[in-house]
Design a protein around this ligand. Sequence first.
Ligand code: NIG
Ligand code: FE
Length: 419
Amino acid sequence: MSKSIFIEHANQLITLKGKSNSPRVGKQMSDLQIIEDGAVYIESGKIVEVGKTEEIKKKLGGKLEGIKHIDATGKIVTPGFVDPHTHLVYAGSREEEFNMRLNGASYMDIMNNGGGIHATTFMTRNASSKQLFNESKRRLDQFLLHGVTTLEAKSGYGLEWDSEMKQLTVAKELNAVHPIDIVSTFMGAHAVPKEYKGCPDAYIDLIIEEMLPHVAKNELAEFNDVFCERGVFTPEQSRRVLEAGKRLGLTPKIHADEIEPYEGAELAVEVGAISADHLLKISQKGIQLMADKGVIGVLLPGTAFFLMTEAADGRKMIDQGVPIALSTDCNPGSSPTCSTPLIMNLACIHMGMTPAEVLTATTINAAYGINRGNEIGSIEIGKKGDLAILNVPNFMQLLYHFGMNHTHTVIKDGEIVVQ
Ligand code: NIG
Ligand code: FE
């Protein structure tokens, strides 16, 4: 049982308290529900009181004696950041491809010539579980230092039964020992493996008939994702995989409309996906449908930045009512970063999102993007004691001083895990 903690005198306590149990849309994304000179009392890992410091002190009285106090004077306190889209578990790195791209090669050309996802698949297949665990843990440690307390992690660098399960098992093992909570996604349909070149449907059959049932039966993942992109999986193939997962209880997610418009957002709505991710090339119809159905758009500005392409139009999607979340897309090819603050900066500069919208997109909306909106993502009574204390006097400075890590203290389940 974790001990009690009292955080007091936060210059701004960014609560993101909701008026409804749903992701924030439109103008709601700017409503951070800030308490000045705020305090939070956490007991047994859960938030028990939230309010003005003097009011909470009066209310709790002697209960606060002898427990851990954290003075957040001059700082802001936010919910721990949530990353709803990472490819955390993989082996190796691909810096030589970065160099090739700087010399003019395209991301898809590299992949179609056996590099890209295939290169990481080769390294991940050949890595022992221990190596995969250690390499991925280093990334998790980085996420934690940047204030992230929950993240989603996908498989998809195995592309064969054993290696896909190895990735998902490593994610489970990391979840068991690391302060960060990991929510798993099966992404066997991340690329057509080289063994199935020219016959992607046979690989889809393998996913549907063998991999998905095993993943569901052994509770290795909650979500099922697919890379729906010309040259990877068609909307029809993607639909088959996502519908098959749904029948087994796995919630669909989609890598949609990243490189070309391909009706990925439309498919996300059709299959009832919790989110459609990337969306650089989303159609106007796709935006409208996602807004109507409340499908969360997970935007990944680090990927556009690193692939040197124009970012998704976050501004337009927010203005048209799509609930927007942000993520690193942490992966070795298109976004090798664990820096949520950098993603937040890029969302302001390259997507026209405001600091307030960015905070909503990395906390409560991100939590809804992995079906955790009732547990995390805001500082509210009954939610997990997951908080970041940031060394800036107001939330706008967090985004204004770009490229810096302002994280001062991280609290996970009521325990101090970074200080
Ligand atoms: O989300 N788009 C597909 N998958 C990853 C990239 C994976 C890789 O290049 O290794 C992404 O960007
Ligand atoms: Fe991705």
